[in-house]
Design a protein around this ligand. Structure first.
Ligand code: ZN
Length: 225
């Protein structure tokens, strides 16, 4: 059975195994292409501290040398494209915001929406220079429009599957976030945590101000401000 990789986006914590596969699809953005170079140890070092591993590392593993290998897309997908897996069809929805290359996958026949890091049932990270709140707003609206067609949302962190329904609340909480009328519940080294009507966001002042980095430089998700 051939295996094809299609990442929800190309942050370091989603593409570390890409180099192992001969067939990798991607959205064609400059950001994606930059991330194909892999992430050096320096850029992901904070994720290789002993306490970040569960269970403990094998005795012969040396996390001080961990990095992610370069990889190459073998093909590109476009917004709206349908991928026929044989007995299951996935539609690609390009939903930039969390990153320029964030995508969701809609399995309409089975009522499933794979939301990547655009939505999962935990604090939602909108923190790094490659994040665009304007783009995220549009993408969230688009997913709200799709949500009534599905039974389950499958995010890329924390909780594997939740019943469809929360996206409209996330959207309205997000609009309150960008209104600037709410204060963070916690602030730690430039990381701002908000809890708005029970929806948690993690962001940075620079993101809230609409500033962004150069997406063509790529970004790991840890290369903060
Ligand atoms: Zn991410």
């Amino acid at each position: 059975m051939p295996v094809t990789v299609l990442n929800s986006h190309t942050h370091y914590d989603h593409v570390g195994g890409n180099a192992e596969f001969s067939s990798v699809l991607a959205i064609d953005t400059g950001y994606t292409r930059a991330n194909m170079a892999g992430f050096s140890h320096d850029r992901i070092a904070s994720e290789t501290e002993p306490e970040t591993f569960c269970p403990e590392l094998p005795a012969d593993a040396d996390p001080s040398k961990f990095f992610t290998r370069a990889w190459k897309a073998t093909g590109y997908v476009r917004d709206g494209e349908r991928l026929d897996l044989g007995g299951r069809t996935l539609q690609v929805l390009h939903v930039p915001g969390h990153t320029p290359d964030a995508l969701a996958l809609l399995d309409a026949d089975n009522g499933l929406l794979f939301t990547g890091d655009t939505y999962y049932d935990a604090p939602i990270w909108l923190f790094v220079p490659e994040t665009s709140l304007d783009a995220y707003s549009s993408s969230l609206s688009r997913l709200v429009g799709v949500e009534s067609e599905v039974r389950y949302l499958l995010g890329a962190h924390n909780v594997a599957r939740v019943d469809a329904g929360p996206l409209a609340s996330v959207k309205s909480a997000f609009e309150k976030l960008v209104s600037g009328r709410f204060v963070p519940v916690a602030e730690d080294d430039g990381i701002l945590s908000f809890n708005i009507d029970g929806v948690e966001f993690v962001t940075a002042e620079q993101v809230l101000q609409g500033r962004s980095g150069d997406p063509g430089m790529g970004g790991s998700g840890l290369d903060g401000w």
